[in-house]
Write a protein that binds this ligand. Structure first.
Ligand SMILES: NC(=O)c1ccc[n+]([C@@H]2O[C@H](COP(=O)([O-])OP(=O)(O)OC[C@H]3O[C@@H](n4cnc5c(N)ncnc54)[C@H](OP(=O)(O)O)[C@@H]3O)[C@@H](O)[C@H]2O)c1
Length: 127
C-alpha cells in the first residue's frame, strides 16, 4: 500500500456497506478519500470518526443516477488534483432495476476515463 500514500481515491457509495469499509481501510492506509453518496449525514459521521486516520475524508453528496451531480462531484475532485484510484461501488444490490445500476456505473467510469486520458495527454505533451 506504500505506493498509495497521500494519493486520492474516489469511492462511490461511501456511506455504507462495502464502500464505507473500503473508505475506512484506505483512510487507515493514509490514502485521502472523496466519498460520494446521497446520505451526506452518514458520511459526515464517518468523517468525524476518521479524524485521527492518516488519510483525509471528503464527503460529497451525489446521486450517481444524475449526470450533473456526477460532473459537479468530479469538478471538486479535479480541484484536489484528480483521483488516483476509482472505486465505483455505488449500487443497490438486487433491489433495483439493473439498467439503473449499469447507468450509474457507466456515468462514473465515463467521466473518470475521459479525465485520465486528458491528464495523460497533457503530461505527454509536456515532455
Ligand atoms: N453485499 C453483497 O453481497 C454484494 C454482492 C454483489 C454485489 N454487490 C454490489 O456491491 C455494491 C455495494 O453493496 P453493499 O452491500 O455495500 O450495499 P449497501 O450497503 O446498500 O451500500 C450501497 C452504497 O451505494 C450508495 N448508493 C446507492 N445508490 C446510490 C445513488 N443513486 N447515488 C449515490 N450513491 C448510491 C449508498 O449510499 P446512499 O444510499 O447514501 O446514496 C451506499 O453507500 C453494490 O453495487 C452491490 O450491487 C454487493
Amino acid at each position: 500500500m506504500d505506493q498509495w500514500y497521500g494519493k486520492l481515491a474516489l469511492v462511490t457509495g461511501a456511506s455504507s456497506g462495502i464502500g464505507e469499509a473500503i473508505t475506512i481501510a484506505l483512510l487507515h492506509h493514509n490514502v485521502n478519500v472523496v466519498g460520494l453518496a446521497r446520505r451526506l449525514d452518514k458520511m459526515k459521521k464517518l468523517e468525524e470518526q476518521m479524524k485521527s486516520a492518516g488519510g483525509k475524508f471528503y464527503p460529497v453528496r451525489c446521486d450517481v443516477r444524475k449526470e450533473q451531480e456526477i460532473l459537479d462531484a468530479f469538478k471538486f475532485v479535479e480541484q484536489l488534483g484528480g483521483a488516483d484510484i476509482l472505486v465505483n461501488n455505488a449500487g443497490l444490490g438486487f433491489h433495483e432495476t439493473i439498467s439503473g445500476t449499469i447507468l450509474c456505473f457507466i456515468y462514473c467510469c465515463n467521466v473518470e476515463i475521459r479525465r485520465t486520458l486528458k491528464v495523460r495527454t497533457k503530461r505527454r505533451d509536456q515532455v
